[in-house]
Design a protein around this ligand. Structure first.
Ligand code: SAH
Length: 213
């Protein structure tokens, strides 16, 4: 086996052992090379199951958490998905293999620009990356079948709840930014919203407004 193949096998094994068992999610994570999304000093740790620093003081999430969040979304190939927090673009790339269309928003222009370049290079043509304040959602494309937020708010932002289709699912971390947060799954029903707590997580905070860079 080549080094690259062995590295990938170990990567997938680590993710599976943390509870990512959905075959479609594992296949998507096999196809999207995390090494493309981590640059510079930390590139050699791209296949470790750990969050890593990216530009603009942000982080690329831990692969097993990316897998668990993706799995909890229970995607179908027809879904239109909204992601808040493009960051490196890694989560959006995985979503793009499992859904029809992905809209991803970040408040840092630089992150959006770099992610767009990567999506183009990798031939991921069903992702639209947008600079904006994701806490407002994307009303012009609503409603969404699925919404994923990869930065922590104290509570689920109202505009995002409103932009979720009935029957739709939203997965997001909630809680204080400097404490342990809970990953929750919100399902919109005819009658309202059902909430399920999935596990403890730690994400960078959801910050209102656009960033300087
Ligand atoms: N999903 C990313 C990791 C995201 S880190 C990945 O796969 O790499 C969280 C991201 O949320 C950061 O890039 C940060 O800039 C962004 N963010 C924080 N608050 C935001 C807001 N209000 N609107 C849009 N993006 C936001």
């Amino acid at each position: 086996m080549t080094d690259a193949a062995e590295r990938k096998m170990r990567f997938l094994y680590a993710i599976r052992s943390k509870g990512v068992t959905d075959a479609r999610v594992l296949t998507a994570m096999e196809r999207i090379d995390r090494g493309e999304f981590v640059r510079g000093l930390f590139a050699e740790r791209a296949y470790d199951d750990t969050p890593l620093p990216i530009a603009c003081g942000q982080t690329i999430s831990q692969p097993s958490v990316v897998g668990l969040m993706t799995q909890s979304l229970d995607l179908t190939p027809r879904d239109k998905v909204l992601e808040i927090g493009t960051g490196s673009g890694y989560q959006a790339a995985i979503l793009s293999l499992l859904a029809r269309r992905v809209y991803t928003i970040d408040r840092h222009r630089r992150l959006v620009r770099e992610a767009e370049e990567l999506f183009a290079r990798l031939g991921l043509t069903n992702i639209t990356a947008i600079v904006g304040d994701g806490s407002r959602g994307l009303p012009e494309q609503a409603p969404f079948d699925r919404i994923i937020v990869t930065a922590a708010a104290e509570d689920p932002p109202g505009p995002l709840l409103a932009q979720l289709r009935i029957g739709g699912i939203m997965v997001l971390p909630v809680g204080q930014s400097d404490a342990v947060q809970s990953l929750i799954k919100v399902t919109r029903t005819e009658a309202g919203y059902d909430y399920e707590e999935l596990r403890a997580v730690r994400f960078v905070p959801l910050v209102e407004g656009l960033a300087e860079d």
